[in-house]
Design a protein around this ligand. Structure first.
Ligand SMILES: Cc1ncc(COP(=O)(O)O)c(C=O)c1O
Length: 412
């Protein structure tokens, strides 16, 4: 990636400002919608186009750099989460990553898995129901905490000798609450239960060391906080766990045949690739891998350790401003659960509430401001490219909104 000067020689604020210039989408829009999809930097778009150009002109040879981007992306993602390259495989999206682990476990009838259905993304929940229907496992449902965060204590109470798996998002898409990942990680590890994390709403914005948090597997997609395209994701699998697993799908790249060409057959007795590489299947999404390599380098040139306090600070500023204006917030009531997401609305939206939220969302859209409407609530989310000035402009837009009084006086 070509930067004007090495990012680590300049201050965090300058790094963020420099990175912001890479996002053409910000020229005429305030974008607080990364939780739905992130913005693609120009360099990522160029890198994908470079691949397509090469392909159009018959120049994407197997030994060409455009094909090596998947390996580069794997390494960059591994570094971002404190893993090693062999612990990461490329996927299509979060759903595929979660299913790869769930379907590779040696389920026995009567085993159980625990999930907090009310605030977990449906993708994670259905992967478990599939195992219930195929292998006779029990899916145990934990209710969320009072502030709608992941309930570590309730999940722990539901564990028993037949519990094999806990599925949990690092940050729930529903309310933006942060999960006490290290605590559930420790509990699961002590009991030999696998912790499978959906990192869609945090990886790229919030710091995570998967080994320090004792996460066994982590699925993430490229299209939100990694600022990449759709159709690409990553799955981290702790090496020692991966090496106990037999993937549900197997292909030539899952099998270790040394340096032999991919067309070489090998024998009917095979050795699986080390670590998460045994989950590798056929050709990768090379255009997307080229794009995400640029984006991951950009994020790392700023540093997630710089991005995290930046986005938390912006969320706090918006939270305080909205509260002052009387906007009901579902996020931010428990300090430990605060994140880079601010969610306006109610636990149980009153009948007129959903209409007001839609109206506010439309008001933003008319002013080229973007937040995402989810489950009758309005979700604001921050990434490295957002600024305090944008927060102030959004707050001013709320102040000017004709129905603010109606929203502020609504009782759930
Ligand atoms: C927590 C969470 N998991 C998963 C997804 C999406 O999964 P996928 O990448 O499979 O579409 C989303 C957002 O759409 C999400 O917020």
């Amino acid at each position: 990636m070509q930067m004007a000067y090495p990012m680590n020689s300049i201050s965090p604020a300058e790094r963020l400002a420099q990175a912001r210039t890479q996002f053409p989408g910000l020229k005429d829009m305030i974008y607080f919608e990364t939780s739905a999809r992130g913005l693609l930097p120009q360099g990522a778009l160029d890198a994908a186009m470079h691949f397509y150009e090469a392909m159009a002109h018959g120049q994407a040879k197997e030994d060409g750099g455009v094909y090596r981007a998947d390996e580069q992306a794997r390494g960059l993602l591994a570094r971002m989460i404190g893993a090693v390259t062999d612990e990461v495989t490329l996927t299509r999206n979060v759903t595929e990553g979660l299913n790869m682990i769930v379907a590779a476990l040696p389920w026995q009838r009567g085993d159980n898995a625990i999930v907090c259905r009310a605030i977990e993304h449906p993708n994670g929940v259905y992967s478990l129901y599939n195992m219930r229907d195929r292998h006779g496992i029990e899916v145990r449902i934990a209710e969320p905490t009072a502030d709608l965060a992941m309930p570590v204590d309730t999940v722990t109470q539901l564990m028993d000798a037949r519990t094999r798996l806990v599925v949990m998002s690092s940050v729930t898409f529903a309310t933006g609450a942060r999960t006490e990942l290290a605590r559930i990680g420790r509990i699961c590890r002590e009991r030999g239960i696998i912790l499978l994390v959906d990192g869609a709403q945090s990886v790229g914005a919030l710091d995570l060391d998967v080994h320090a948090a004792q996460v066994d597997a982590l699925a993430v997609g490229a299209s939100k906080y990694l600022c990449g395209p759709y159709g690409l994701g990553f799955l981290f699998v702790r090496r020692a766990l991966a090496e106990q697993l037999q993937p549900a799908y197997l292909g030539r790249f899952s099998v270790d045949l040394g340096d032999a060409h991919e067309g070489v057959q090998g024998s009917d007795r095979y050795t699986l690739m080390p670590g998460a590489r045994r989950f590798d299947l056929g050709s990768a999404n090379y255009p997307a891998a080229n794009a995400i390599s640029f984006s991951l380098e950009l994020l790392q040139s700023v540093g997630v350790s710089v991005i995290e306090p930046h986005v938390l600070g912006l969320a706090l500023r918006l939270d305080a401003g909205l509260r002052e204006l009387g906007v009901p917030l579902i996020s931010g009531t428990v300090e430990a659960h605060r994140t880079h997401l601010v969610v306006a609305g109610w636990k149980n939206p009153p009948p007129e509430g959903a209409q007001l939220i839609t109206d506010l969302s439309r008001h933003f859209t008319n002013q080229r401001m973007r937040a995402s409407e989810r489950l009758g609530r309005l979700r604001f989310s921050f990434h490295l490219y957002n600024t305090a000035d944008e927060v102030d402009q959004v707050l001013e837009a709320v102040r000017q909104w004709p129905r603010l009084k109606a929203l502020a006086s609504l009782k759930p």
